[in-house]
Design a binder for this molecule. Sequence first.
Ligand code: ADP
Ligand code: 5GP
Length: 186
Amino acid sequence: MNKLFVISGPSGVGKGTLVKRILAADRDVALSVSCTTRRPRVGEQHGREYFFITREEFESHIRAGDFIEYNEHFGNLYGTPRTFVEEQLARHSVILEIEVNGGLRCRDLMPEKTVLIFIAPPSPEELEERLAHRETETAEQRAERLGRVRYENEQKKKYDYVVVNDDLNRAAEELCSIIRKETNRN
Ligand code: ADP
Ligand code: 5GP
């Protein structure tokens, strides 16, 4: 059965890097591109990482019911587009890279299709180092993101799988095998 794979985990843990690996290894999954009101980071492209829209546009999409779920996170709105996900699910499995509240909301809405996968760091120190190394946030933004780690760790208990992103190749292989196993199951 085609499934909705939700990939969550703290900022900087390596979700984006792992999702790229999955897409390269498995041609039969589609990545959902969310809408957000946050500003693009250097190198991000409209329609590739996100659809970057204004708060007014986002609010009008909320009123129209265009999102499966949406959430305000670090002062910005993020939402999963309904039409894209529904169309893709008819053909493939779909990956959502979204935070924990959105993931749990998807499971409430589509319990039989949703598989929740949490990506955990090998240690809190390593997480801090990866986030700093990425050099896309200010020190204040990094502190805000690290401050949410405890909440996310609590929510991970509700997830179906926890994958530790220690060695990138190993973690990517574990994720691909979860996806294969769940897709082959009804
Ligand atoms: P996220 O999408 O979870 O915020 P990213 O994919 O942007 O995280 O990764 C954050 C940083 O950590 C990047 O610089 C990335 O290259 C690095 N990284 C990802 N996975 C690993 C890993 N297994 N070992 C070491 N560094 C990693
Ligand atoms: P970032 O600003 O680092 O790209 O993303 C911040 C957080 O928002 C990440 O945890 C990311 O997974 C999450 N996120 C991205 N898109 C969505 C979405 O459509 N819905 C929800 N609920 N969270 C999202």
